[in-house]
Design a protein. Structure first.
Length: 229
């Protein structure tokens, strides 16, 4: 079942990679009469170019305003590609309204300025993060919100996202690098997680409960902060 945490405002910004998670999120949210600005980051790889061209064409055809960012520095010697791409991606998200970024469609920057940025992390992502951080001795969950970012799909399973795509005919791109287990995240997803489920078949339920508890605690803290203010 497709479930959400919290709410998404009528006007919002969405990170759009071209993968099934973000394409389904776009379809799901815009069916509810919301105004969206899409952000896409070109990682500078061969696939990255294909994904950027796909997203540009898709957004033009569907009249969705789009901002595209690109790599702004070279990778440092010994720097992890995963960490490098993440740093560059979030650097773009933080400065999407910069005039150096490429824009498609007609829109006023001020219309979306200050809007929450929706990322498309889901429950499978949270479980993978929980496993990885636990192995390193400091269990962590992906939070519902942090700064300008919100993640409303943290209690939705990947399989439910795929089911939605099939039901509504959502098209997406598959990144071939997702199968490369030289990347830590992929090793966790394809090797570690299936074995962890043999030890604890209820792992998804356990982590989902933790996500909801963390969300409730976070909302309670914000309510107290607002009351104090």
């Amino acid at each position: 079942m497709f479930k959400m945490l919290g709410r998404v405002d009528r006007d919002f910004v969405l990170t759009l990679s071209g993968g099934v998670d973000s394409m389904v999120a776009l379809d799901f949210l815009t069916r509810r009469s919301r105004n969206v600005l899409a952000l896409h980051f070109d990682h500078g790889t061969e696939y990255g170019t294909s994904a950027r061209e796909y997203i540009e064409e898709f957004c033009v055809l569907n009249n969705i305003p789009l901002v595209v960012g690109r790599i702004s520095r070279d990778i440092e010697p010994g720097e992890s590609k995963e960490a490098y791409w993440r740093e560059q991606r979030y650097s773009f998200f933080e400065s999407w309204d910069s005039p150096t970024n490429t824009r498609f469609g007609s829109f006023q920057t001020s219309f979306f300025k200050g809007s929450k940025i929706v990322t498309c992390h889901h429950l499978d992502d949270v479980v993978e993060t929980y496993l990885f951080s636990s192995i390193r001795g400091n269990s962590k969950l992906i939070p519902y919100s942090r700064g300008k970012y919100i993640r409303p799909f943290l209690i939705t399973r990947k399989k439910d996202i795929l089911d939605y795509a099939e039901r509504y005919g959502v098209q997406w791109l598959d990144d071939p690098s997702n199968l490369n287990q030289d990347f830590t995240r992929n090793f966790i997803r394809h090797t570690l997680l299936p074995n962890a489920l043999k030890v604890n078949p209820g792992l998804y339920k356990t982590v989902k409960r933790k996500v909801i508890e963390q969300y409730n605690d976070q909302q309670e803290f914000l309510d107290q902060l607002n009351n104090f203010s």
